[in-house]
Write a protein that binds this ligand. Structure first.
Ligand code: C2E
Ligand code: MG
Ligand code: MG
Ligand code: MG
Length: 287
């Protein structure tokens, strides 16, 4: 009896595994298609000076709009791209597209100071990444200071040989590196010492709790202090409420990013957003 049930069960499981493998393969092929057929695009989220309202730069975030499945979030397709070996191709596209867009904004007089892109750990295992970055900047008429590369500390945990050399070569180009989601990894501080980063981004999880949690405030303040003493640019992520904005301003945060100012937007909408916020600042100074 038990044996029979056991066999039935394992058949059930292997069917389930098959279905999952098939789903995955389908998803993987869909992503490959998306890269080939331009179904990926970038949205751009402004980074704001907290006291001035000035635009400090924009972060490019990948979007995948699948004709049948709809919007698929990067939290799903980035890990997939990493697992199935498409991440280098994806990041190459992101770098090209972000730099092309920045150059096009500059050419049409839209004042975007710089652009940040997110890269994955496998990207830093590619010894060709620094020369790719140099090439993409040059072919778009941009300077190294126009680009910021965001990396997460979680991806550095595996200490893969070669990663550090690639990071150092990117730094040597003059491209700035920024540690994303700062404060969530468990060895944040040692990375600040080892990596040639010029900025860090306070993780959204601290910002969410600022209003009600003194520990979140104390840690946000301490992180800013650490950043400052190392001469790093510090950006707070995920600001959603005026109260969070005010607390960060009081703590001395220079720059922030979040839905309060703007969600990530398609390029044309970001252009309008920049133009209308410029007018808003001008009007403020008039009165
Ligand atoms: P991230 O780099 O930390 O990006 C910030 C995420 O927070 C974005 O989610 C953004 O839309 C979201 N966000 C911004 N402001 C707010 C806010 O006020 N409230 C809340 N709740 N969320 C906010 P998104 O676009 O879904 O991206 C998620 C993550 O996927 C990114 O986190 C990044 O790690 C990764 N990712 C996105 N695009 C790319 C890419 O082109 N390449 C790579 N390698 N990773 C990417
Ligand atoms: Mg980021
Ligand atoms: Mg982040
Ligand atoms: Mg994040």
């Amino acid at each position: 009896q038990a044996k029979k049930a056991g066999r039935g069960q394992s058949r059930f499981f292997s069917n389930e595994i098959n279905v999952r493998a098939q789903e995955r393969l389908m998803f993987e092929n869909a992503l490959r298609d998306a890269l080939q057929h331009n179904q990926l695009h970038l949205h751009y989220q402004p980074q704001m000076g907290l006291s001035t309202g000035d635009l400090h730069g924009v972060e490019a975030l990948a979007r995948w709009n699948h004709p049948a499945m709809g919007e698929i979030p990067p939290a799903r397709f980035i890990p997939l791209a990493e697992e199935c070996g498409l991440i280098n191709e994806l990041s190459r596209w992101v770098l090209h597209e972000a730099c092309r867009q920045l150059a096009s904004w500059r050419a049409t007089g839209v004042p975007i100071p710089c652009i940040a892109v997110n890269l994955s750990v496998s990207n830093f295992q590619d010894v060709h990444l620094p020369s790719l970055i140099a090439h993409v900047l040059e072919s778009n008429g941009l300077l190294p200071k126009d680009l910021i590369v965001e990396l997460t500390e979680s991806m550095l945990l595996d200490n893969t040989p070669g990663v550090m050399q690639v990071i150092e070569a990117i730094d040597a180009l003059g491209v700035r590196l920024s540690l994303d989601d700062f404060g969530t990894g468990y060895s944040s501080l040692s990375y600040l010492r080892r990596l040639p980063v010029s900025g860090l981004k306070l993780d959204r999880s601290f910002v969410v709790d600022l209003e009600h949690d003194e520990a979140a405030q104390a840690l946000s303040s301490a992180i800013l202090e650490i950043g400052r003493s190392l001469h790093l640019h510090v950006v707070a992520e995920g600001v959603e409420t005026p109260a969070q904005h005010h607390i960060l301003l009081e703590l001395g945060y220079p720059v922030a990013q979040g839905y309060l100012y703007s969600p990530p937007l398609p390029a044309d909408q970001l252009t309008s957003w920049v133009q209308s916020s410029k007018e808003a600042i001008r009007d403020k100074h008039k009165t």
